[in-house]
Design a protein around this ligand. Structure first.
Ligand SMILES: [Zn+2]
Length: 346
């Protein structure tokens, strides 16, 4: 089995341990980054699953808590590294950012002599990411917005494209790499990363959590790190979208949305109205193209120019509707996990 050393500790086969990475102190208070490493008896890929790199995006923390408790992990081949809270500083202040007001997910690969965010990025990148074959990074929408569960990755990379489909989130969205993001820098080193984006900041969303948990198990099965159940049906294809766009408000006022997450929209269809409290005028907000709503603002007041709906371009709307319906039902019934025992997902 390939030698694996993290935080000066050699990780043996068949181990399940928590380790702390040492981080820069917060004034006098020592800070650490706790990680769980689960290593199977048999060799296989090494993967990381990380959450809360943005400190106010919490769904992934709960996904990792439930993932760690799955008894099926006893059959794991290879190594799973779980990091439920990457931005330990941001989580304590319920903030997306680091104490130096930087975005940790724009600070990779980091540097030993750089800003605080850059130093944390460096520790995380060197100690964990570079030792993995691939990773899954868990996010939610940014504050005051919500996302339909979706996987974002580079669709031009056949390996990640296949894993993104196997995840079985309702939507797979092609996404360009962003400068300094964990995904970009990992990819530059030949370590592909899937992003799972679901729900809203500072909230737990049960459906997003269940789809995320199941998605990670699906990916572990697809890569043969977990056995494939004979009962597992060939995965139902998600909606694949190559492009998406935010629709912005043309007026300021009170927003009345007509369409919600997961709903399909046609070009020129009215999706919201903007009203004035002292005026009878109502302004229409229309969809700019055919597609499906994958993100939306949750604030009832809107200023001109504010982003309201995130729409993924998708031409065959009837197919999209059917697929979304399937996912709505599936996320709740969740047959596969009920087989494993209810305590596994609570
Ligand atoms: Zn995020």
């Amino acid at each position: 089995m390939k030698k694996l050393i993290i935080a000066d500790t050699e990780i043996e086969a068949n181990s399940n341990i928590t380790l702390d990475l040492k981080l820069p102190k917060l004034y006098h208070s020592p800070m650490k980054l706790p990680i769980r490493i689960i290593r199977g008896r048999k060799d296989g890929p090494t993967i990381f699953v990380s959450a809360a790199i943005h400190g106010d995006e919490l769904n992934g923390i709960e996904i990792i808590r439930r993932l760690r408790k799955l008894t099926i992990l006893k059959k794991l081949k290879g190594t799973l590294i779980l990091i439920p809270i990457v931005n330990t500083y941001g989580v304590t202040t319920l903030s997306r950012y680091m104490p130096d007001r930087r975005d940790l997910n724009r600070s990779f690969p980091g540097s030993k002599k750089g800003s605080l965010a850059s130093r944390i990025a460096k520790i995380f990148f060197d100690e964990i990411v570079t030792k993995c074959d691939f990773g899954i990074d868990l996010h939610t929408a940014s504050i005051h917005k919500s996302n339909l569960p979706q996987v974002r990755t580079d669709l031009n990379n056949p390996f990640t494209y296949n894993l993104a489909k196997a995840f079985e989130a309702p939507v797979v969205l092609h996404s360009e790499l962003r400068d300094g993001s964990l995904r970009e820098e990992a990819q530059n080193k030949g370590i592909p990363v899937l992003l799972y984006e679901a729900g809203e900041a500072l909230r737990f969303d049960e459906k997003s959590i269940r789809i995320g948990l199941k998605g990670i198990v699906n990916v572990l099965r697809e890569t043969q790190m977990l056995p494939n159940t004979t009962k597992r049906k060939k995965f139902s294809l998600p909606i694949i979208a190559r492009t998406s766009q935010w629709i912005r408000s043309t007026e300021s006022g009170i927003i009345r949305t007509i369409k919600g997450l997961g709903e399909t929209v046609k070009e020129d269809e009215v999706i919201a109205y903007v009203d004035e409290p002292l005026d009878d005028m109502s302004y229409e907000i229309k969809a700019a193209f055919d597609g499906i709503i994958i993100g939306k603002s949750e604030i009832p007041l809107i200023q001109e120019g504010d982003a309201i709906f995130h729409i993924a371009k998708f031409k065959n709307l009837e197919t999209a509707e059917n697929k979304i319906e399937y996912f709505h039902e599936d996320a709740i019934v969740d047959n596969e996990f009920s087989e494993l025992g209810k305590e596994e997902i609570i």
